[in-house]
Design a protein around this ligand. Structure first.
Ligand code: MN
Length: 240
């Protein structure tokens, strides 16, 4: 069932009282309920405050990155989805794995914005201060990259070598761990589009919008700081 925004807001107003609707939070909640009713993609809560990663990633960057950049990917993905009458993807992974099923005129919009939504959702979950890799994680990294230091070096080198805007990934591919990079908002789930396919384990956003306010052109400093906020608990969970 599709419920129009107007009718929903009207009933909500009757229930909650007109004064509540003046609050931005109530408005956001109503928009979320509407999104759920329409089966739209949603910007999920970060799970921590914008300043939680200071001083490594600053509050202002986090706030703009999440509320403006990520939010725009979600909005534009839903706009594209609304134009595709044959839309029958189950979830975001299903979209990314089947981009060739998207009508040609909307393929670029879905590729960029579904990628942007997935990549950022994963990225936020991979950020937390003061975590350490488990023994199991260290063993998996050791088997594929000799040791943690060597892995960090190789990953950082890939981050520095990514030209322009893009992402650096640790993926699992055919049972092995591999470092790859993708341009723009592409990712290793994009079958038929990206060469190196695999299951994402670590993602690092190397778009300038991810670091320019604090680090300006010094991407190396941002990449170095990333190791202080990488959520090793989440990495362990994704490694399984
Ligand atoms: Mn970004």
């Amino acid at each position: 069932m599709k419920l129009s925004r107007k009718s929903f807001v009207k009933s909500a107003a009757l229930l909650a009282g007109a004064t509540l609707l003046n609050s931005e939070k109530t408005e956001a909640k109503i928009n979320n309920v509407l999104a759920q009713l329409n089966n739209d993609f949603m910007l999920m809560p970060l799970g921590y405050s914008f300043d939680a990663l200071e001083p490594f990633i600053d509050k202002q960057t986090m706030e703009i990155h999440y509320t403006k950049h990520h939010n725009a990917y979600v909005t534009k993905l839903n706009e594209a989805k609304a134009k595709i009458t044959s839309w029958k993807f189950k979830n975001i992974e299903d979209v990314l794995g089947n981009l060739n099923a998207v009508p040609n005129d909307l393929k670029a919009a879905v590729r960029n914005n579904a990628g942007g939504h997935y990549n950022h959702t994963l990225f936020w979950s991979l950020l937390k201060t003061n975590t350490q890799p488990s023994e199991k994680t260290l063993k998996a990294i050791g088997e594929n990259f000799e040791n943690l230091e060597n892995f960090k070096q190789q990953f950082s080198k890939a981050a520095m070598g990514t030209f322009g805007s893009g992402w650096v990934w640790l993926i699992r591919q055919d049972g092995k761990l591999k470092i790859v990079s993708t341009p723009n908002q592409d990712n290793p789930l994009m079958k038929g589009i990206v060469k190196d396919l695999g299951t994402p384990i670590i993602a690092l956003d190397v778009w300038e919008h991810a670091y320019y306010l604090k680090y300006q052109n010094k991407r190396a400093d941002y990449v170095a700081a990333f190791w202080s906020v990488l959520n090793w608990d989440k990495v362990g969970e994704l490694l399984g």
